[in-house]
Design a protein around this ligand. Structure first.
Ligand SMILES: [Zn+2]
Length: 570
């Protein structure tokens, strides 16, 4: 039997869902308030015979795997791991070495308990004194599973040996180092921060020196269960807050993240001593599309940090940079100030565009370095969405001495063309004359009716529109006052966009509708429908090449719903 069936056979969907949703017996199953949409009477049904769920309100449907993926923000592999461990099923190869041996996960759990007992027990006075000095309470020890590694060469090693664990495994788990007289503890005299993966399993430790000598911070080495590129400290505890508050706060250090959680900012996570990676960006983007970066002021300006921020942006995150006054780190700041003060600093955070401009401003102001600095600026900004950059074009224009209109071309010219080409390649379908008129119609409606502008976010416009001119026109309209735009287009002789809108106006009249709202409904739905089809084709192609991500398989289901809903009207 494969792992998937094994898990399905050993877990009851009612137990799994029952942990998140209060279920009442009803007919051949159970019913409760839907976790996927807001409601006051239960339309969320769980069926025991088919081990599935269905919501009559929002039409969410699935099994334990989709339920865990959706509610925990996990991909299929992660959901499999989580449910396997819940069912007490060992995943072969990954976990278990030889019969009777403990898995790395189990060894880390034992070590974690040992560290925690140290911190609360008689030998942990040094650790507790340090906690007190940093204004951390006994309650924080439990809440964040903090621990203490004794300032001794072999206290953990001895303890693990007594639990029947072989030296080789202790080394594999990263808990000890090989020495001349046998192995010895890696973590000595340190406050211990357990690092958990997104499913909540301990995969590594970080240690802050408080007694003895050595580096201020050390971490577990990477091994088969721990990759620092793929994890974020406190993400498991933060993910629901990130979803709820629609933002994440990314900090550098363990203590910064802890302090933020303690002060009511449960959406904080820490990068694990690496520059940000695509994997970490993907993790964050699962829960919200806005990320606040709060680094020490000297790191935030460094190229490595900036590169990381672009990686986040390229994963669709709206990146804001928090600047704490007087170069303090979040831990220091919140130890001295009320949470409201920090909230205020968050509200003043700068979009990545502005952070980038400020970093390059000195070089841009100097005639000798201006040209190179401008190239660097344009190259970096081209990684962002055009609607994120366009609002700052007058500022960029002043610094680079390039006209606002030419800027768009310099930054996004190539990009928009290549994006459109990508769509052509992925679609295998030609962008027809009708499609162009449809998109022109949408732009005309946006241009002429403020009510339409309220119905569409620039991000969505950029996503669902297909032609470069439509993307540019719609995003400009949605981020700028259309009156000003019209003047700008006239003054720069941009007849392309004005002509495009004019064609769109003619197209809209062909609908012979009483009011523009009805025309909007028709055009918008048609465009969205076509976009969903393109996206499904794209994912299908990736599925055939075995390149599709589990999240994309889930996305196909969502898109199918969009198509079903819109298919009726189009
Ligand atoms: Zn629902």
């Amino acid at each position: 039997m494969n792992l998937y069936d094994q898990i399905k056979n050993s877990l009851d969907i009612v137990d799994v869902i029952g942990e998140k949703v209060r279920l009442k017996r009803s007919g051949r199953g159970f019913v409760g308030l839907c976790p996927f949409h807001d409601e006051k009477t239960g339309s969320f049904h769980v069926f025991t015979d088919t081990q599935s769920y269905y919501c009559f309100g929002c039409h969410e449907a699935g099994d334990i795997f989709t339920f865990v993926m959706k509610t925990e923000g996990l991909n299929f592999q992660e959901a499999l791991r989580l449910l396997a461990s819940r069912a007490g099923i060992k995943i072969e190869g990954h976990e278990k070495k030889n019969r009777g041996e403990k898995s790395l996960y189990e060894i880390l759990d034992i070590a974690e308990k040992f560290f925690m007992d140290n911190l609360t027990g008689p030998q942990g006075a040094v650790g507790r004194a340090y906690m007190q000095k940093r204004n951390m309470t006994a309650n924080d020890i439990t809440r964040f599973s903090l621990g203490y590694s004794l300032n001794s060469w072999d206290s953990l090693t001895k303890f693990l040996r007594q639990s029947g664990i072989k030296d080789k495994q202790i080394l594999d788990a990263g808990l000890a180092l090989p020495g001349n007289r046998g192995i010895y503890d890696r973590f000595r005299g340190r406050l211990i921060f357990p690092v958990k993966d997104i499913t909540g399993k301990i995969i590594a430790f970080g240690g802050r020196l408080i007694d003895g000598e050595g580096a201020k911070y050390i971490n577990s080495p990477e091994n088969e269960i721990y990759s620092k590129r793929k994890n974020l400290y406190l993400l498991n505890g933060a993910k629901n807050f990130i979803k709820e508050k629609e933002r994440s706060i990314l900090v550098e250090g363990y203590m910064d993240a802890l302090r933020l959680h303690k002060c009511g900012f449960g959406e904080a996570v820490a990068s694990l001593g690496t520059s940000l990676t695509a994997e970490q960006a993907e993790l964050l983007s699962r829960f919200s599309s806005r990320c606040y970066i709060c680094y020490d002021s000297d790191t935030a300006g460094q190229n490595a940090a900036l590169r990381g921020m672009y990686i986040l942006a390229e994963h669709g995150l709206d990146v804001r940079v928090i600047n704490i006054p007087e170069g303090k780190d979040p831990d220091e700041f919140l130890s001295a100030n009320a949470p409201e003060e920090f909230e205020k600093i968050i509200s003043e955070a700068r979009p990545l565009v502005l952070q980038q401009i400020e970093i390059l401003a000195p070089a841009l102001k100097n005639p000798a370095t201006r040209k190179n600095a401008a190239s660097e600026l344009f190259e970096n900004l081209s990684k962002l969405k055009s609607n994120e950059v366009i609002p700052y074009r007058s500022q960029i224009s002043e610094l680079t001495l390039i006209s606002p209109y030419e800027l768009e071309e310099r930054i996004f010219g190539k990009k928009i063309i290549s994006e459109v080409n990508d769509n052509f390649l992925n679609d295998n379908q030609i962008f027809s004359h009708d499609d162009e008129l449809l998109e022109a119609g949408l732009c005309a409606l946006l241009f002429n009716h403020s009510e339409c502008r309220l119905r569409l976010e620039p991000e969505e416009a950029y996503k669902i529109l297909q032609s470069g001119i439509a993307k540019e026109t719609a995003v400009s309209i949605l981020t700028e006052n259309p009156d000003n735009l019209f003047i700008l287009w006239l003054s720069t002789g941009d007849t392309e966009k004005t002509g495009f809108i004019k064609r769109g106006e003619e197209y809209c009249r062909m609908f012979r509708e009483e009011n523009f709202q009805d025309v909007w409904e028709k055009i918008y739905n048609r465009i969205k429908y076509k976009w969903a089809q393109r996206r499904i084709n794209e994912i299908n192609m990736r599925m055939r090449q075995n390149l599709a991500l589990p999240s994309e398989l889930v996305e196909v289901r969502e898109l199918t719903k969009v198509i079903e809903k819109l298919g009726v009207v189009s």
